[in-house]
Design a protein. Structure first.
Length: 139
């Protein structure tokens, strides 16, 4: 079984307790080790990501501008974040192969139901394979 690093544990701070519990269960069922790359995100961080593929180079990675449409990575009215992102680790190196993220997502289907979590790999608009969030978190 895998364990979260200190950095991953830090990135889970401020997230909804149910989501943190889910992250730990996800690590138990995952066929791969992974780290948490993003938990809480500031407005400035969200705006920078939103600009990517629009006014900054790169591909679009989010439809949330951080102000009109908040990301679930941002702190909500209850003071909690509702999303986290992972990076799969294979031989202690980050691996972005979508096939591996699909395996993690598939392994988590039952616990996602239990914790009321959705996976970005199931989205129709665009696939965000490293992303997990509580359903209904956006306000």
């Amino acid at each position: 079984m895998y364990n979260f690093s200190k950095t991953s544990v830090e990135k889970l701070k401020g997230l909804h307790p149910r989501l943190v519990e889910f992250a730990n269960k996800l690590l138990e069922v995952s066929p791969y080790d992974f780290c948490i790359t993003q938990g809480i995100r500031s407005v400035e961080e969200q705006q920078k990501l939103y600009a990517q593929g629009r006014t900054l180079p790169g591909s679009k990675v989010t439809n949330c501008d951080g102000i009109k449409y908040k990301s679930n990575h941002q702190v909500h009215d209850d003071g909690l974040g509702y999303a986290f992102d992972i990076a799969i680790l294979i031989d202690n190196k980050i691996n972005w192969d979508s096939k591996n993220y699909i395996k993690v997502g598939n392994a988590a289907m039952e616990i996602m139901k239990k914790y009321n979590v959705e996976w970005g790999g199931n989205w129709k608009s665009f696939k965000d394979y490293p992303h997990f969030e509580l359903i209904g978190g956006r306000k």
